[in-house]
Design a protein around this ligand. Structure first.
Ligand code: HSE
Length: 433
């Protein structure tokens, strides 16, 4: 094998700079592991004049994608430019030119992963994307390799740092959603337009990728039901806290009887659950395997060097595959045909907060309504409000089907005694109070 591997980079933003730094700083380690040196030969950038916070020694910057994608000396392309349509074309072109690709692009992999994987396969190329989910946490490798011997049943993830930061601040500082979001923006966690984070789309993309790999079935982005944290009220976190739960934006994926459920939603998580301890901008993915039981992977979900560690680890894997002559073999077709679980088969506990008339018999009407749908209550809190002459009622149900819960909720809205169903959330785990 050659004693130097040349790499082309698409993009030189925060993550691209981290990749250059890591490759530069780890030359000894790379040479020791791989028996060759690794050089970033050229980088596709938008603006040649822009000041960079990384030293570019002997690397060519270009605004012409073909300078990178058609360079015969380049074996591996690292894509850190983001975006979807243009980037997809670059990657397909790279595969046609028999170049291996490492990508950090969750948006692209969630939307076009199967197509890109197929193109890689046809061209006997590698395609790795560890950095696309949970930044520096080696979760895709953990699932695909570390747990390849097991049958994974459930994956639950805190896979968005921005929303975890906002919810942690609301919880620990008692600030409103709006104030916590503003603070996250000032600190640079949240974008000026925070929609894809706070509306749950970023987490949904990551869960689609996790679901595919964990359960060996196809998962499209539309299969992931999404509810974000926009407008979440402090009162629900406070009542949750009283009852032994903490609010998290949880990506949930479950696979049993060969049926799949994937969703992202604010969830009241028992404080005893391992994910409840994950605070601020940190990410974690909890994986339950039939044989291994509970496992959890924790770490930074974003940032220049953490994300670069995942990318450079992928790069090392590709180079090892090249040395062994086994590139283009990592893709195995999904084992199971996709079947989504219906609402009758989806089980959970639920938290409900409502305002009702403070009169005799109201609570019994509400509980009969739930009882008729076979739903029993696990915890109940009631706070009378003398000034407003209504009661705020909070309850947590025992495990029920989504279908029964939806029906009960619909009928709850119709009761004369119920003035407003203020909020409801999924509940995970058993609180010890
Ligand atoms: N915007 C993401 C987050 C980081 O807040 O976790 C990149 O995936």
């Amino acid at each position: 094998m050659e004693n130097k591997i040349s790499v082309g980079l698409l993009g030189l933003g925060v993550v691209g700079s981290g990749v250059i730094k890591l490759i530069e700083n780890h030359q000894d380690k790379l040479a020791h592991q791989l028996g060759c040196s690794v050089q970033v030969k050229s980088v596709l950038v938008r603006n040649l004049e822009k000041a960079r916070d990384v030293e570019i020694n002997g690397t060519v910057l270009t605004t012409n994608p073909d300078d990178v994608l058609n360079d015969p000396e380049i074996d591996i392309i690292i894509e850190v430019m983001g975006g979807i349509d243009e980037t997809r074309k670059h990657i397909l072109k790279a595969f046609s030119a028999k170049k291996h690709v490492v990508s950090a692009n969750k948006d692209l992999v969630a939307l076009h992963g199967p197509e890109l994987q197929e193109a890689a396969n046809q061209n006997k190329c590698d395609f790795y994307y560890e950095a696309s989910v949970a930044g520096g946490i080696p979760i895709l490798r953990g699932i695909v390799e570390g747990l390849s011997s097991d049958h994974i049943q459930q994956v639950m993830g805190i896979v968005n740092g921005t929303t975890n930061y906002i919810l942690t601040q609301m919880d620990s500082e008692g600030v409103s959603y709006e104030d916590a979001l503003k603070e996250a923006q000032e600190l640079g966690f949240a974008e000026a337009d925070p929609s894809s984070d706070v509306d749950g789309l970023d987490a949904a993309r990551k869960m689609a990728i996790l679901g595919r790999l964990a359960f060996s079935t196809s998962v499209d982005l539309e299969d992931v039901e999404v509810t974000g944290i926009r407008g979440i009220e402090l009162e629900d976190l406070q009542y949750g806290d009283k009852l032994g739960y903490t609010m998290k934006l949880i990506g949930f994926a479950n696979f049993d009887d060969h049926e799949l459920e994937v969703n992202v939603q604010p969830t009241l998580l028992a404080k005893s659950h391992p994910l409840a301890a994950v605070k601020n901008e940190f990410n974690a993915v909890y994986v339950y395997g039939e044989a291994v039981g509970e496992t959890m992977f924790y770490g930074p979900g974003a940032g220049s060097l953490p994300t670069a560690t995942a990318i450079v680890s992928d790069l090392i894997t590709v180079i090892k595959n090249l040395r062994l002559g086994v590139t283009g073999n990592q893709w195995i077709e999904p084992h199971f045909k996709k079947a989504l679980k219906t609402a009758e088969k989806r089980h959970a506990q639920y938290y409900v907060r409502l305002f009702a008339r403070d009169e005799a018999g109201v609570f019994s009407t509400i509980s009969s309504l739930f009882h008729e749908r076979d739903i029993s209550f696990k915890r109940i809190l009631q706070t009378p409000d003398k000034k407003r002459e209504y009661a705020e009622i909070i309850f947590i149900t025992h495990d029920t089907t989504l279908e029964n819960f939806r029906n009960a909720l619909e009928n709850l809205h119709e009761l004369d005694a119920v003035m407003e169903v203020k909020s409801y959330y999924k509940v995970e785990g058993d609180a010890v109070t």
